[in-house]
Write a protein that binds this ligand. Structure first.
Ligand SMILES: Cc1cc2nc3c(=O)[nH]c(=O)nc-3n(C[C@H](O)[C@H](O)[C@H](O)COP(=O)(O)OP(=O)(O)OC[C@H]3O[C@@H](n4cnc5c(N)ncnc54)[C@H](O)[C@@H]3O)c2cc1C
Ligand code: SF4
Length: 338
């Protein structure tokens, strides 16, 4: 194919970068392993901090894909260096010879069932942040039936050496506060708790969202890790935690527990990194050559990164990196000739 850039991963970062590359005069091929574009954005309902509908962002992102070759249900099966270009073979039988490859493979959610003590997959009324987003999106879920007491557990599979992930997932404190507000809007009489270690409300407007959650919605923030979840004979959840501010253990009966699963690297990054000969970090995310001066550059000529492929990011950060990567690829191709 006469394409000059391959973009691997059709989430927000991959779509934004492909569109910008197209606008700069290139013919990108965008490869997505699922049957739809959008990545995680396609599963979310409203986005913090402004509660903007995710479907509006996705619609505007995908509204004009002219000039971009999109391969759905497709993966890369091999990448070989040929002089100053790469020959990329796809699982759909096609291949492309290109001078630039952009990795936008994003993240996957930590599998909550791995934290057995929280009871996901064991007790009916334990769900994840992604399950709750699906319910907000109108998917039926009998686990969310008129809950009177609801808990949110922060840092599920993040900041957790035993779970194999020391890193903070960055977005899940803000997501928990957002979802706590939203569930309170749906069930105004419910009592809602957030069990947190630290609250990382780092972005502009996030702190206001947290204050609003307390003042306007009466959400109770309890500092301490949940140690155990069980079910009583009536099928209600019994949640035990240590309140580290009061210095005493608490035991609360609940009707719904929402686990804030963190962002981890997709397993397929390993295969991709072998093909590209770019090493991922210890956490499985790709590592830029210089994370300060230019996080879109890898340590290999012609290989670039954008979005959550290099670690947890918010949507605005993801989109900005998609644009930055397109500009960086443009400069590179002007230098080496496309
Ligand atoms: C629960 C939760 C809620 C969030 N809510 C918000 C919010 O309200 N506001 C906000 O700013 N941010 C939010 N975020 C962050 C947001 O989801 C990310 O910033 C964004 O999804 C990152 O986009 P991405 O394109 O980099 O990765 P992804 O969305 O993960 O997309 C990556 C794409 O690449 C594909 N892919 C992966 N590997 C391959 C491969 N080998 N070959 C082909 N395709 C591949 C995947 O199928 C996927 O489509 C939230 C995150 C979480 C976990
Ligand atoms: S953002 Fe909050 S919930 Fe997520 S890992 Fe970091 S501290 Fe834990």
């Amino acid at each position: 194919m006469t394409k000059n850039v391959v973009v691997i991963g059709g989430g927000a970062s991959g779509i934004e970068a492909s569109r910008r590359l197209r606008d700069l005069g290139y013919s990108p091929v965008l490869v997505e392993k699922e049957d739809h574009l959008g990545g995680h954005l396609a599963s979310w309902n409203r986005l913090f901090p402004q509660m903007i509908p995710a479907k509006d962002i996705l619609k505007s992102l995908t509204s004009d894909m002219k000039g971009i070759e999109v391969f759905l249900n497709t993966e890369v099966i091999s990448i070989n260096r040929l002089k100053d270009s790469y020959v990329v073979k796809f699982s759909n039988g096609l291949s492309a010879q290109v001078k630039a490859i952009l990795i936008t493979t994003g993240f996957t959610l930590f599998p909550a069932q791995k934290k057995q003590e929280y009871g996901y997959g064991i007790y009916d009324r334990v769900i994840t942040n992604a399950d709750l987003e699906a319910w907000f999106n109108g998917n039926k879920d009998k686990r969310v039936t008129d809950p009177q007491v609801i808990g949110f557990v922060h840092c599920v599979g993040s900041r957790d050496e035993k779970a194999g992930n020391r890193q903070c997932s960055k977005v899940c404190c803000a997501t928990a506060v957002k979802q706590a507000i939203e569930i309170k809007e749906k069930f105004p009489d419910a009592v809602v708790y957030c069990f947190y270690m630290d609250l990382r409300m780092f972005g502009r407007g996030y702190e206001d969202m947290y204050l609003k959650a307390q003042k306007d919605y009466g959400i109770r923030f309890l500092r301490g890790r949940v140690s155990e979840v069980s079910e009583d004979i009536n099928g209600r959840l019994v949640v035990k935690a240590d309140d580290t501010l009061l210095g005493k253990p608490v035991k609360i009966s609940m009707d719904l527990l929402v686990l804030m699963s963190g962002m981890i690297a997709p397993e397929s990054n390993m295969e991709l990194s072998k093909m590209l000969k770019v090493l991922p970090g210890e956490d499985g995310f790709f590592s830029p050559a210089n994370a300060i001066s230019n996080p879109t550059l890898s340590n290999r000529d012609g290989v670039f990164f954008a979005g959550a492929a290099t670690g947890p990011k918010t949507m605005p950060e993801t989109l900005s990196e998609g644009r930055a990567a397109a500009l960086e690829i443009d400069s590179y191709l002007k230098r080496v000739g496309d």
